[in-house]
Design a protein around this ligand. Structure first.
Ligand code: SF4
Length: 361
């Protein structure tokens, strides 16, 4: 359709003139594109950029990533959150090396079979690195399309997903699918932003129905989601002879492979102190006494929120046994600093760790 051809030309011209100069845009190396796409799955470009550079400097190709120990990959990822991404990168690198002789699959359908690569990332990698004409559809692209076509139905439904898939396919540039996909994402990230889109700067404003009808700010529409649950968690910080007791979370599951101070959820009606005593019994088979509340830290995950209460605790009986972790360790401050840990534990360490003192002094 002529309309669509004009749309592509305007969008691509804008992208080539205005796109941010990002390192993964200077390459079609599938490994680099893959790492950048995985980092950007849940992280903004400005936050993800230093992590991308650090990751590529430490693991410059799929072979070096595949041969690295998981713990080192998690350490390099530390602070970026959503650690399943790092575990999946590592697993997928091993698969590429072992099952594909180190050569990346070239199509979105094959890429989507690798761990951690969903339909969006598969399409982005296949179109950018290999020129496959498949649309990459993420939240930014859904928002842009909803506004361009004034789609006023809730977008978190199957029907809406079919609409976005078909529309994105029709809009896609068959000759420059990689640039086109990146241009749509860039438009959504910088111009057609969720609140107060900058329609006056938009290269495709002339054909945008939401702009014409004045509905851009109200789109896209979503069905209301129930509020995410909020958990309260007690954490035992047990120090003996300058070493702190930490456990490694089982590899399968939330934050798998990361080290943490032991603890767990407070049960309804339970006091924080009683919860800590119970958790130490259940998780470590020790008797412990909570002493001082050292810090209270709030943290949000995708589907729930937590408030963590870090208590200094004293072991009064028993030898720790890993009932909830796959390993326990008495770690001195240097070791602690080098272990991959979840964000909330890191926040706690930063709060309480002036350079040359004990955690508690
Ligand atoms: Fe988005 Fe406005 Fe451009 Fe339409 S004109 S695509 S609402 S920025």
């Amino acid at each position: 359709m002529r309309r669509y051809r004009e749309f592509r030309e305007k969008l691509l011209a804008w992208f080539r003139a205005e796109a941010r100069n990002l390192p993964w845009r200077q390459t079609s190396n599938p490994y680099h594109v893959w790492v950048s796409e995985v980092i950007l799955q849940q992280t903004r470009v400005d936050q993800g950029l230093p992590y991308y550079e650090r990751f590529i400097a430490r693991f410059p190709d799929v072979q070096s990533l595949a041969s690295a120990p998981l713990e080192e990959v998690l350490k390099t990822w530390e602070g970026l959150g959503y650690y399943s991404r790092a575990r999946n990168l590592h697993r997928a690198a091993r698969l590429v090396v072992e099952a594909h002789q180190g050569v990346f699959p070239r199509t979105a359908a094959e890429l989507a079979l690798l761990p951690g690569i969903g339909p969006y990332s598969a399409a982005a990698i296949a179109s950018i690195a290999f020129g496959e004409p498949v649309p990459a559809i993420d939240g930014n692209v859904r928002r842009v399309i909803a506004r361009l076509f004034n789609y006023d139905q809730p977008i978190n439904t199957r029907q809406a997903e079919a609409f976005f898939r078909e529309t994105a396919k029709s809009l896609l540039s068959p000759s420059h699918p990689g640039d086109f996909n990146q241009a749509m994402m860039e438009l959504g990230a910088r111009i057609c932003v969720p609140r107060k889109p900058s329609c006056h700067l938009c290269p495709v404003a002339a054909g945008c129905l939401a702009r014409i009808r004045g509905t851009a700010d109200t789109l896209p529409r979503k069905n209301a989601r129930p509020e995410s649950p909020h958990h309260h968690v007690v954490v035992a910080v047990i120090e003996e002879n300058g070493a702190y007791l930490v456990g490694r979370r089982p590899e399968k599951g939330l934050l798998g492979g990361l080290w943490e101070f032991p603890g767990g959820k407070v049960q309804p009606g339970e006091s924080l102190e009683n919860a800590l005593v119970r958790e130490c019994r259940e998780e470590l088979e020790i008797e412990a006494r909570p002493e001082t509340l050292l810090a209270t830290i709030d943290h949000a995950y995708t589907h729930f929120r937590v408030t963590l209460y870090f208590y200094r605790a004293r072991r009064i009986a028993g030898t720790p046994v890993p009932r909830a972790h796959d390993a326990l360790l008495w770690a001195d401050r240097d070791t602690l600093r080098n272990l991959p840990m979840p964000k909330a534990n890191l926040k706690f360490l930063r709060m309480l760790q002036p350079p040359e003192t004990s955690l508690f002094s």
